[in-house]
Design a protein around this ligand. Structure first.
Ligand code: PLP
Length: 412
């Protein structure tokens, strides 16, 4: 097998410019993001996970007799880590057969007077139907936290995602669009709830020089290395090493540290993020156009399913194009052959939460929650990078490979 040089990142992250890195200027990324999102106020945290942890701790104080958090069974393992770290009990909701949203009938069964929060999730930039979750959650007195970690810039009915539920979090981690290397954004629709979150933030979040120094160096490294010529060194080579060992969890980037740092986001990284934010709309507009062109080509192939937004009147963002293959065997064969072919293929997550040996112990009794549809999704889903560095020529090679991927009945 020939080794391909990889020049395409797994998602369409916004590249930094040297001029973003100037150490002076406006450092209030929170104000800039609030204006950008069309809200009064946001809180900046050191990661999306840290934002979720802060939200859960705050809600726990408001509703101390509620201890369960309902999340989709197919989501980022960091969500499970945050819930477990807060001493709360996860409940896993199965997915709908035709979207990455939580399925409504198991969701109704899971939400009860024990539910602290329900976490509808906008995966891969696709907009989940939060409105359909609200009535049941409200009837039971449960909070709704929109996990928009992968959806900064997506909107529904003309407003940012994150404003239908009670609380929302966005991630500023590498690969999620706008990046301060690590970072998170937290907001609440209701000013009174926002004030409680802010009080909790002021009480518990402190600067941490060591973490800030480390993240600042990582952000510098990212700014330097996030270019086609260097990606093979920083992303391609580690990916090939993981794949050579058959370590798909690692290759998918799902091997997270169980320690969740909590500290403030430093002024320099805020400046960098603030300058890059000025280009984010244009970045997503270009990504949208490229995605629409490529989706039309993908939809012409039989048996493949391209995921769209679930919510009505939604305009998601396109860091990746999500594709469901006819079978797990075909998905695995394609990934085995082409994960490292330089076409920007990846897995959003390698497993549903109970199927990771490392994270299953966090789930407690939730390992028994029945989630067959979610498992089926996890086995048949893949992501195609929507980076502009995936050229039309490379994408044409990928289309050719996908054409060989036929439903078993048509393989004849
Ligand atoms: C990345 C991610 C998170 C956590 O965000 P970090 O900023 O990486 O801590 C939470 N939920 C989802 C769906 C994610 O993809």
């Amino acid at each position: 097998m020939t080794a391909h040089r990889i020049s395409v990142p797994p998602t369409a992250g916004l590249a930094l410019r040297w001029s973003d890195l100037r150490p002076w200027g406006d450092a209030r990324l929170d104000r800039a993001l609030a204006a950008w999102l069309g809200v009064d106020d946001v809180l900046l945290e050191c990661s999306g996970t840290s934002a979720l942890t802060l939200a859960l701790r705050t809600l726990r104080q408001l509703a101390p007799d509620r201890c369960e958090v309902v999340v989709p069974a197919y989501t980022c393992p960091l969500v499970a880590l945050a819930v477990a770290q807060c001493g709360l009990q996860l409940r896993l909701c199965d997915l709908s057969p035709d979207a990455l949203d939580m399925d409504s009938s198991p969701l109704h069964a899971l939400i009860s007077h024990r539910t602290l929060a329900v976490v509808p999730t906008h995966l891969g930039g696709r907009v989940a139907d939060v409105a359909s979750v609200l009535p049941r959650a409200q009837a039971c007195g449960a909070y709704v936290i929109e996990d928009a970690a992968q959806a900064l810039g997506a909107s529904v009915q003309g407003r940012s995602v994150g404003l239908q539920g009670d609380i929302a979090l966005f991630s500023l981690a590498v690969g999620k669009g706008l990046s301060t290397y690590e970072g998170g954004v937290l907001l609440a629709r209701d000013p009174a709830l926002m004030a409680v979150l802010r009080a909790q933030h002021q009480q518990s979040i402190r600067p941490h020089l060591g973490w800030e120094l480390r993240r600042s160096l990582e952000l510098l490294g990212y700014a330097a290395a996030f270019r086609p010529a260097l990606l093979d060194l920083v992303y391609g080579a580690p990916l090939r090493r993981s794949l050579a060992r058959g370590a798909w969890v690692e290759a998918a980037g799902d091997d997270f540290d169980s320690h969740i740092p909590q500290h403030s986001l430093g002024a320099w990284r805020q400046r960098v993020g603030l300058r890059a934010l000025a280009r984010l709309r244009t970045h997503w507009a270009h990504a949208h156009q490229q995605a629409q062109r490529r989706i039309a080509q993908l939809r012409a192939l039989p048996g493949l399913e391209v995921l769209g937004d679930t919510a009505p009147q939604a305009q998601g963002i396109w860091p990746v194009i999500l594709l469901r293959l006819p079978s797990a065997a075909q998905r695995d064969a394609l990934m085995r052959a082409h994960w490292a072919s330089g076409w920007g293929l990846s897995l959003p997550f390698s497993h549903i939460l109970p199927d990771y040996a490392r994270y299953a112990p966090l789930l407690g009794d939730a390992v028994h929650d029945p989630v067959p549809q979610a498992r089926d999704w996890a086995q048949r889903l893949l992501a195609i990078s929507n980076s502009a560095w995936l050229s039309d020529a490379l994408f044409a090679q990928l289309l050719d490979a996908l054409k060989q991927t036929r439903p078993p009945s048509a393989a004849g």
